[in-house]
Design a protein around this ligand. Structure first.
Ligand code: CA
Length: 435
């Protein structure tokens, strides 16, 4: 195992060892100008712009160096696989224990800074956001609640169902989320009322950023999907269930999903995850074959462990530790990242660098692996007991949801993680709206 001269990167429970090197964007209080591109290493951040300014990473091509001086990762993402691999190799070298140039440099404290001294931003300009529905367990659970006789619709095993979301509503971990207002109806046929959303929920998802885009009219062949998929993050697709129930037919989610979605700040590249790839996912023996454009013999999944915890306002006042409410694995998904991209572009839909695709809620087979409050409490019929003595059917004001994800250590590699995705619910602004 290659060692790193940043001591905290060697800790066994660290999300960001040398084997990871996730990309992100941040600002520094001690530097003028906008956001900078960086790489997380242990509890530190390599400020890539600063490193370039001191002549490091000079082995990279001019186009890669120029892209890495930008205020977001879009340009770098759009350069494609060769650029991503060359930057990863150069940064690995720079941070390796046997490489003295940076660790002995008199400005090292300006180039590698503590994560607590930077403010993380969105890593890319997210032009478009699409959310899928790729877990058969989630789709079946939700289907059972709303259509007991027919939980999975006929199309579900043939295509990754999705909808076009709202890129402008994506916020980075740590930004508070305002409880929305919405139109809801107590009965299936109305009449509706407008007011504060009551059934506010989270959805545990994995997001994948598009790297190199495709031109309009050009399909991405599933066997070439890796050239267009940059890396993954955690995604909390905040959902207003009472709004969703009334509005979703016949065109799918709209206002129930457009007020906020939270992403973790670091993008863990598929190059970093590749050692964990497994052929799959394994389908049921009687599952119908997919159409050829969705089939790739090298398609992959990975055992990304996913955890959701909650801190209520009273738990926070009492200084109580976050309470874990679910634990699942990305391996349980039915549709893969490559299938989502191949299907999305199968019409010739142009994807751009920085576009985000959400996997849909990651739920497994057991109750404790369900990735939303809707499923975890079975639509509020089995409330969760929190350690402060309160119960939850859905989210209260002041609740904070914390998501984490990691790939377990192997014989040859340390654990790598996605960091944290957190967001806290603020009370609705109901009093300020005349209606
Ligand atoms: Ca979702």
């Amino acid at each position: 195992m290659m060692s790193c001269w940043v001591a905290s990167a060697q800790a066994p429970d660290c999300d960001f060892p040398l084997a990871n090197l996730p990309w992100g964007c941040f600002t520094r209080a001690d530097r003028a100008g906008g956001a900078r591109i960086g790489v997380a290493i242990g509890d530190q951040v390599l400020d890539v712009r600063e490193a370039l300014g001191h002549g490091f990473l000079a082995g990279l091509s001019a186009s890669v160096q120029s892209a890495l001086r930008c205020e977001s990762l879009n340009e770098f993402m759009n350069l494609g696989t060769t650029a991503w691999k060359s930057a990863r190799a150069e940064i690995t070298k720079l941070l390796s224990s046997d490489e003295r140039a940076l660790q002995d440099h008199n400005k090292v404290a300006d180039i590698v800074v503590h994560a607590k001294n930077v403010a993380m931003m969105l890593p890319a300009k997210i032009g478009d956001y699409t959310d899928f529905y790729a877990s058969i367990h989630h789709a079946t659970n939700v289907g059972k609640m709303f259509r007991p006789d027919n939980p999975l619709l006929p199309n579900w095993r043939h295509l990754p169902v999705g909808y076009h979301g709202r890129g402008s509503s994506i916020v980075v971990s740590g930004v508070d989320v305002r409880r929305p207002m919405g139109q809801t109806s107590a009965t299936d046929d109305g009449p509706p009322t407008f007011g504060v959303v009551r059934l506010l929920d989270y959805e545990l998802e994995v997001g994948v950023y598009v790297g190199k885009g495709n031109a309009m009219g050009e399909r991405v062949d599933i066997a070439h999907s890796r050239e267009h998929l940059f890396g993954v993050c955690l995604l909390n697709d905040w959902s207003a269930r009472d709004v969703q129930k009334w509005e979703y037919q016949p065109l799918g989610p709209f206002n129930a999903k457009n007020f906020a979605s939270t992403v973790s700040p670091w993008i863990v590249t598929l190059d970093a995850i590749e050692p964990w790839f497994e052929r799959g996912p394994v389908r049921e023996a009687d599952a119908s074959a997919n159409l050829p454009y969705l089939v790739w013999k090298n398609d992959f999944t990975f055992d990304l462990q996913l955890s959701v915890s909650i801190v209520s306002a009273s738990m926070r006042e009492k200084n109580m530790a976050p309470f874990e409410i679910s634990r699942g694995s990305y391996r349980d998904m039915y549709w893969t990242l490559s299938q989502m991209l191949a299907h999305h572009t199968s019409t010739g839909c142009p994807m751009n660098a920085g576009d985000l695709m959400g996997s849909g809620t990651v739920s497994g087979t057991t109750p404790d692996s369900r990735g939303s409050m809707l499923e975890r409490t079975w639509r509020g019929t089995e409330p969760l007991q929190l350690p402060d003595g309160s119960t939850r059917k859905f989210l209260d004001d002041g609740d904070e949801i914390i998501m984490r994800g990691w790939l377990p250590a192997t014989a040859n590699l340390p654990r790598i993680g996605l960091g944290e995705c957190r967001g806290r619910i603020l009370p609705a602004h109901s009093a300020q709206i005349a209606f």
